[in-house]
Each structure stands twice: as structure tokens, then as C-alpha cells.
Design a protein around this ligand. Structure first.
Ligand code: SF4
Length: 413
């Protein structure tokens, strides 16, 4: 069991907690951003519809900026305003609407979960964080807490990236903020802090503070509504003249929440000493050859062949130009030969490597993969009979390509 957290990292003074809640909520009421999911949730009297509206927004907002999500969210809710409507959609339609938003399995799992609510729970959303997490695929602890507090008023805290940053600064938590021990403590804190009468607003306020004021690089501490309760801010104002390892401040030898003794407070960083993360793993490098096959369509306009990816794994079910992962450090000639063989299997007729025209390279960063697409093109004169035993494929015009469920990486290609 982890050692108990020393008092300086806790919110143990009820008067301070009450004042912090009051200040944060008053600031939120004054300054919150006008966002479509907030307006929808506030105006929706039906509890299941309200839960669904919040759920969709929370799934879209995972790993994606608010500004990007707004348009996708608005189109999604117009197309599928209820769980029942989403449950009836096809995966292809879901992928088409999701195209460009990234992390594509999110849309698929959202739809699977909607089908489950309709078919197994009689269309009724679970009402507590515990049930939401247990019963809905793709709904983790954070999303469950957000839906339950915002839609159903359950007094339960939430911890996302913004909350981690704010809490670590408020309480000078400098141990690795991605470690399970620290994350557990932060959940405890979030559950202590959450306002009992306005839990949804409080959670959104804490996240809003992280998104707009207590931002990663240059936080606006002067404008912060809770600065008088922030230990990092106090430390910055009244910090010691010489750097002293934080571990000494706790009066214990190995505080599980202080920065490691080898990384003491750096006065040039101020409050951005917190949070601290273990160094990120380097993304894996991958090279993929991809071929834009072009033919004249029946109306003379060019058409391009796209094929569907497998239904699991990276970019599951999305469409792409025929592509082939390559070993690193292959010579260009060898790359072309391998791609030609791959295309031959698709088209059932020989493809000469020398006909493939090298166009250039496109780099796309997925969360954990540094992907280089080596792009070739090939113009076809006659018609081609595609092998129906292989993955689904189709010829599309440029406009149809853009309306298809294709990833941002393929649009770059
Ligand atoms: Fe964040 Fe600064 Fe506010 Fe502390 S005072 S919570 S560091 S913005």
C-alpha cells in the first residue's frame, strides 16, 4: 500500500475547500466558454437525451481540441440526436462523420455502446458513474464521472489532463503525475473537492480553469480565481532563495507526492515545476508505401482506387490508397518492387515496378507512431478487375474521396 500522503498535499481544511469551491464556481459562471454541448445539456429536460449529449461530447473531446470538436459535435447531434438514432446508423456512416477527428475507434465504440443501451438497457442510460463505467464499452472512469456529474448531478470528481495539472499545482505534487500512485491520490482529491450542490459545474469549472487559465506553458496566475489556495503560486511568490529539495518540506524522508530529491524546485520555471511526467517513450518509426492508382472514369474525370482497412487495429475500417508496410532502410528500387507485387495481388495482373512514379513522402504523427508514407502514383489505361476475395475496394472521384471515411493521413497523401 502506498504511504499516506503528507498533510501539505491534501485539502484538509474544510473552510479552505469551501472558499475554493465558491471562488471557482463564481469564476465559471462569469467566464465559461459558450460550447454547444453545454447549451444542449442545459436545455434538455429528458435525462437519457441529456446523458447522451454529454457522452458524445466527452468521447469527442478525448485527445482532441475543443475548437476542432465543435463542428463535428454539431453535425453528429444533427444527424443522430438520440441514442436510438445512433444505434441504427451504419459503421460506415459513423466513420464518414468521424473522418479527420482521429482515434477512430472512439466513434465505433460509441456506436456499439449506444446499441447496447438500446437493446439491453431499454434505451435508459445508467445514472451513476459506477454503472456507466461497468455497463458501457469505451466509457472509462473519467467519462463515467463526467456524464454522471454533468447529466445526473452525482457528486463525483473527475480527473483528466487539465485537472491533473491544476491539482498538481494547487498542492505542489511533483512526483510523476502519470504514475498510478499519484493518479489515485488525484482522484481522491477530486472527490473531496467536488461541490455537492453543483458537481457537474464544479468539474467543468476545474477543467475549464486548466484549459484557459492554468495552461501548460504560461499560466495566467494573476487572473486565477483560486490563486490564494495555490501552493505552487505561493511558492513562486515566497520561494526560498536557494533551491532546496521539496522532499524536505514534507518532513518525511520519501514523500510519495513530492518531486524526487534529484529534481528540486527550479525557480526559473515557477508554477510550471508542476506537474512532472516521466520522459515520454519515443514514437515507433514506420514506413509505408502507398500507391494512388488513377483511371479515367466513365465521364472522363479521374477516379482513384481506395481499399478498406481491416476492422481492427490502427485506423480500423477506414479507407485508404492501397498500402504496404515496409521494412526500414529499403532501397527505392526494392520498395517499388514490393509495392508492385502488392498491387499485382490486388489487380490480378502484372504491374511493372518501373511504371510506378515516385511522388514524395508524407509524414504523419499518430500518438505512438511516426509514420512515413512513401507515395507513388500509377495511371491505368484499361479497366481492372479487382479481386473480390480481397478487402472491399472501390473507385472514387476526388469529391467522393473527401466524403469517404478516410483518415487525415490519407488526405495528406
Ligand atoms: Fe494554476 Fe497559477 Fe492558478 Fe495556481 S495560481 S492554479 S498555478 S493558474
Amino acid at each position: 500500500a502506498p504511504a499516506p500522503a503528507p498533510g501539505r498535499h491534501l485539502f484538509s481544511d474544510p473552510a479552505e475547500v469551501e472558499a475554493l469551491r465558491r471562488n471557482l464556481l463564481a469564476w465559471y459562471d462569469r467566464c465559461k466558454r459558450d460550447l454547444p454541448w453545454r447549451a444542449l445539456a442545459a436545455a434538455e429536460p429528458d435525462a437519457d437525451r441529456r446523458g447522451y449529449a454529454v457522452w458524445v461530447s466527452e468521447i469527442m473531446l478525448q485527445q482532441t481540441q475543443v475548437a476542432t470538436v465543435i463542428d463535428y459535435y454539431t453535425r453528429w447531434m444533427q444527424k443522430w440526436p438520440t441514442l436510438q438514432a445512433l444505434a441504427q446508423a451504419s459503421l460506415e456512416e459513423v466513420n464518414e462523420l468521424w473522418a479527420g477527428l482521429g482515434y477512430y475507434s472512439r466513434g465505433k465504440r460509441l456506436q456499439e455502446a449506444a446499441r447496447k443501451v438500446v437493446s439491453e438497457l431499454a434505451g435508459r442510460m445508467p445514472r451513476t458513474a459506477e454503472e456507466l463505467q461497468k455497463l458501457l464499452p469505451g466509457v472509462g472512469r473519467y467519462t463515467a464521472g463526467a456524464i454522471a456529474s454533468i447529466s445526473y448531478g452525482q457528486a463525483t470528481g473527475v480527473v483528466d489532463g487539465n485537472v491533473i495539472r491544476v491539482l498538481c499545482r494547487l498542492r505542489c505534487i511533483g512526483a510523476d503525475s502519470s504514475s498510478p500512485a499519484v493518479i489515485d491520490r488525484l482522484w481522491d482529491m477530486a472527490n473531496v473537492l467536488v461541490d455537492r450542490s453543483r458537481p457537474g459545474d464544479f468539474n467543468q469549472a476545474l477543467m475549464e480553469l486548466g484549459a484557459t487559465v492554468c495552461v501548460p506553458k504560461s499560466p495566467l496566475c494573476g487572473e486565477c480565481p483560486v490563486k490564494q489556495y495555490c501552493q505552487a503560486w505561493r511558492r513562486k511568490l515566497f520561494g526560498k532563495a536557494t533551491p532546496v529539495p521539496d522532499v524536505e518540506d514534507c518532513g518525511v524522508g520519501d514523500c510519495p507526492l513530492c518531486p524526487p530529491a534529484t529534481e528540486p524546485w527550479d525557480s526559473s520555471l515557477g508554477v510550471t515545476n508542476f506537474p512532472r511526467k516521466a520522459a515520454k517513450k519515443r514514437p515507433r518509426a514506420m514506413r509505408t508505401a502507398t500507391c494512388v492508382l488513377e483511371r479515367r472514369g466513365c465521364h472522363g474525370a479521374p477516379e482513384y482506387l481506395i481499399v478498406q482497412r481491416p476492422s481492427s487495429g490502427l485506423l480500423a475500417g477506414l479507407w485508404e490508397f492501397p498500402s504496404l508496410p515496409l521494412a526500414q532502410d529499403l532501397q527505392e528500387e526494392k520498395e517499388k518492387e514490393e509495392l508492385a507485387d502488392h498491387l499485382q495481388a490486388w489487380m490480378g495482373q502484372p504491374v511493372a515496378a518501373k511504371e510506378l512514379q515516385f511522388i514524395g513522402e508524407v509524414i504523419h504523427i499518430f500518438s505512438h507512431i511516426h509514420q512515413t508514407y512513401v507515395v507513388y502514383s500509377l495511371h491505368l489505361d484499361g479497366d481492372v478487375t479487382l479481386d473480390p476475395a480481397l478487402s472491399p475496394s472501390r473507385w472514387v472521384t476526388e469529391d467522393e474521396f473527401h466524403a469517404s471515411a478516410v483518415s487525415t493521413a490519407m488526405k495528406k497523401v
